[in-house]
Design a protein around this ligand. Sequence first.
Ligand SMILES: [Zn+2]
Ligand SMILES: [Zn+2]
Length: 145
Amino acid sequence: MSGEIPVSGHCLCGAVGFTAAALSPDVTACHCTMCSRWGGGVALSIDIETAPVFTGEDNLGVYKSSDWGERGFCKLCGSSLYWRLSGTDRYTFSAGALDDTSHLRLTKEIFIDEKPGYYTFANDTVKQTGDEATAAFLAEAEHRT
Ligand SMILES: [Zn+2]
Ligand SMILES: [Zn+2]
């Protein structure tokens, strides 16, 4: 697995921009309560595992949201930009921040057990509970190191 799809994007006000290499055109929806509070609803993101390059990095805020994860946002406009496995180059970037989303496809939903009742996606996706998603993610991370 190597990131081969170049992507670029920026926050709502444009102060923070980024370029990176996506692993695939697959979008994951995270229904967890932390993502909902962070971005106002379900987080739709793409997987990246090489260090992204930022512009306007002075305006990039980082919030450590758990023992192993941190979230990047624009300090000026508040846009939610990424989740990162702390201390690694493993990121998930907000799909909505990308300049070109035409190639993306929603393939997976995680933390389905925390999904609020007021919406349900019609897409045919792989669904994982929080425990299943966390176990799969940690196994993948271990495999890589
Ligand atoms: Zn901004
Ligand atoms: Zn989440």
